[in-house]
Design a binder for this molecule. Structure first.
Ligand code: ADP
Ligand code: MG
Length: 261
C-alpha cells in the first residue's frame, strides 16, 4: 500500500511538472511551427535546404503531438460519473478497437452474463480500453490474439482466497490478454511509472499505463498484471461494484486524474 501511495504521489508531482513544462513548451513550438511553415511556403522545393526544413517541420509536429499528450495527462479533468454496464460500454467500442489493432490481430470479446454495474465516467473506460489494446497490438509482432473479458468478483477476507492488494468487496473485472512479447520482471516493475517506455523514440510516450493507473485509483479500483516473456500479458482491472440507486449525474471536477492515491 505504501509503495502504491508513493507511486501515486510521484505521479502527481511528475504530472504537475509535465503539465507546466508542456504548456510553455507548446507555446514555443507554435512559434517554431508557424515560422517553419511560412518558410516552407516561400521556399523553392528544389533548394537543398528545403529538405532540411521539412525535417524540422516534421520533428516539430511530432513534438507538438507529444506535448498534447502530456497536457492531456496532466490537465484538470472534469469527470461525469454515471452508472454503467461495462458490457455495453465495451461493446460500443469494438469497432474503434478493431480499427486500432488492425487486421492481423484477432479480437475476442467475452462479456460475462449478469454483469454488475459500476459508476464512473464513460470516457475513462474508452481511455483504458484504447490504451490496453494499443499496448497489446504493439506487443504482438505479426499475427496474434487479444481477448477482452468481463466478470464479477468478490474479495472476502474470510473466504481464504487471495485478494489483490488486500481488497475487500465486490468488483467488476475487465481483463485484456494478449499473446504478444510479454515482459520480464524488471520491465514489469516500472510499467506504471510516467514516461517509462521500452518503445523507440516517437512510438511510445510511456504515459498509457500511468494514465490508466490514475483512472483506476481515482475510481477506487485496482490493477494487476500477469506477464511472461514470449507468452503474453494479461491486465486485470477491478472497479468497485455500484450498489446504490441511480442519482442525477452531477459533474464534479477532479484536481487531476492521477492524484487520488
Ligand atoms: P508506451 O506504450 O507509450 O510505451 P505505456 O505506459 O502504455 O507506454 O506502457 C509502458 C511499457 O509497458 C511499454 O513500453 C511496454 O514495455 C510495457 N507494456 C505495456 N503493455 C504491454 C503488453 N501488453 N505487452 C508487453 N509489454 C507491455
Ligand atoms: Mg501505451
Amino acid at each position: 500500500l505504501e509503495v502504491q501511495l508513493m507511486q501515486a504521489q510521484k505521479m502527481e508531482s511528475v504530472g504537475r511538472l509535465a503539465g507546466g513544462v508542456a504548456h510553455d513548451f507548446n507555446n514555443m513550438l507554435s512559434v517554431i511551427l508557424g515560422h517553419t511553415e511560412m518558410a516552407l511556403l516561400r521556399m523553392d522545393p528544389n533548394q537543398p535546404t528545403y529538405a532540411s526544413l521539412r525535417e524540422i517541420d516534421k520533428a516539430a509536429q511530432r513534438s507538438a503531438d507529444l506535448t498534447r499528450q502530456l497536457l492531456g495527462f496532466a490537465r484538470q479533468q472534469t469527470v461525469s460519473p454515471k452508472v454503467l454496464n461495462l458490457n455495453e460500454s465495451i461493446s460500443g467500442l469494438l469497432t474503434m478497437l478493431h480499427r486500432l489493432i488492425g487486421e492481423n490481430i484477432r479480437l475476442q470479446w467475452q462479456p460475462a452474463a449478469n454483469l454488475w454495474q459500476v459508476r464512473m465516467d464513460s470516457s475513462q473506460i474508452d481511455q483504458i480500453m484504447a490504451n490496453l489494446c494499443v499496448n497489446a497490438h504493439d506487443a504482438i509482432a505479426d499475427v496474434g490474439e487479444i481477448i477482452i473479458e468481463t466478470g464479477n468478483c468478490t474479495f472476502d477476507e474470510r473466504d481464504g482466497t487471495i485478494h489483490p492488494h488486500g481488497a475487500v468487496g465486490d468488483y467488476v473485472r475487465i481483463r485484456v490478454s494478449d499473446n504478444g512479447s510479454g515482459m520480464d520482471k524488471e520491465t514489469r516493475a516500472h510499467i506504471f511509472e510516467p514516461f517509462f517506455t521500452t518503445k523507440e523514440v516517437g512510438k511510445g510516450t510511456g504515459l498509457g499505463l500511468a494514465t490508466i493507473y490514475g483512472i483506476v485509483k481515482q475510481n477506487n479500483g485496482l490493477i494487476d498484471v500477469a506477464s511472461e516473456p514470449d507468452k503474453g500479458t494479461t491486465f486485470s482491472i477491478y472497479l468497485p461494484r455500484f450498489k446504490g440507486s441511480e442519482e442525477p449525474a452531477t459533474p464534479r471536477t477532479a484536481t487531476s486524474s492521477f492524484n487520488r492515491g
